[in-house]
Structures are given as C-alpha cells and as structure tokens.
Design a protein around this ligand. Structure first.
Ligand code: OFO
Length: 167
C-alpha cells in the first residue's frame, strides 16, 4: 500500500505525463502545418512515449493498492515561433518535469518507500536521456539557425524516429 501523500503525488505526475503527451501532440500538429514532417513525426513519437510514461504510473498506483484519479489536462499552446522556439520550449518543459520527478524521489525516500524510489529511478534516468537528446537537437538547430538545407537534413533525420515500447 502506498501512503496518501505518495498516491496524490503519483496521480499528479500521471497528469503531468498526460499533459506532456498533449503538448507534444499539439507541437506535432503545428510542425505538420509548417511542412516540417520529420519533426512532426519526432514529436508524435514523443507523444506516444509520454503516454507510456503515464501508463507506467497508472499501473504502478494500481499495483500498490492505490486509487487512480484522473484530473483535467491543461490545454497546451498551439502556436510557436518556429522550430528553435519549439525545442527551447521542449527543453524547458523537460527540465520542469525533471524537477517534479526529483521531488517525488525525495518524498518516496523520506517515507522509506523503496518500491516507489525504485520506480522513480527509472524516470530519473529517462529524464537524463530526454534532456540530453533535446539539448543535442537544439544545439544543431541553432548551428544552422533553424533554416535552409541544414533544416531539411535534420527534418529528414527526425523522420526516422520510431516509437519503442518501454517495459
Ligand atoms: Fe515523461 O518524459 Fe517527457 O515529459
């Protein structure tokens, strides 16, 4: 059984992951409208990843005898100022998610809830990977000033991304 505090925080994180999914889906639509179909694919794959992050929490709360409470998902933005703005926003968002995950680890540790600490460790590692990937893409986009043949190449590369189910 998880504590009421952790149950609430895990439900909040479930909501945050669903919001992340929603945000990436909104970005996928915007990028498709801008004919950046590779990056649209990239954010659409991220949308799927975020859903799987949410699902992992959903299952964990249930496995620990907790109650899943689905809250309202905030409306994401639908307009950005081009591809660099998109990736700057992604990086900022993922840094925010990382800070939330770290807080959850702190709470789980203070409660000596080892199972939740172990679960959250998976998210800690995932955030390191996400932030690194997004920083790399952002650096490359800045290098080519988000335009021209460089953008065409990066967009083509982004089209190769495929969703890999997590365990
Ligand atoms: Fe769930 O990792 Fe991004 O937000």
């Amino acid at each position: 059984m998880i504590s009421k505090t952790l149950e609430k925080e895990l439900n909040n994180q479930l909501n945050a992951e669903l919001y992340s999914a929603y945000l990436y889906l909104s970005m996928a639509a915007y990028l498709s409208q801008k004919n950046l179909n590779g990056f649209s694919n990239w954010t659409k794959v991220q949308f799927e990843e975020e859903q799987s992050h949410a699902n992992k929490l959903f299952q964990y709360i249930l496995d620990r005898g907790g109650k899943v409470e689905l809250k309202q998902i905030n409306q994401p933005k639908s307009e950005w100022n081009g591809i660099i703005d998109i990736f700057e926003n992604i990086l900022k968002h993922e840094q925010y998610i990382t800070s939330r995950i770290n807080e959850l680890v702190d709470i789980a540790m203070s409660e000596k809830d080892h199972a939740t600490v172990a679960l959250m460790q998976w998210y800690v590692n995932e955030q390191v990977e996400e932030e690194a990937t997004v920083s790399d893409i952002l650096d490359q986009l800045k290098l080519i000033e988000g335009k021209g043949s460089g953008l065409f190449m990066l967009d083509r590369e982004a089209k190769q991304r495929v969703f890999k189910p997590i365990n």
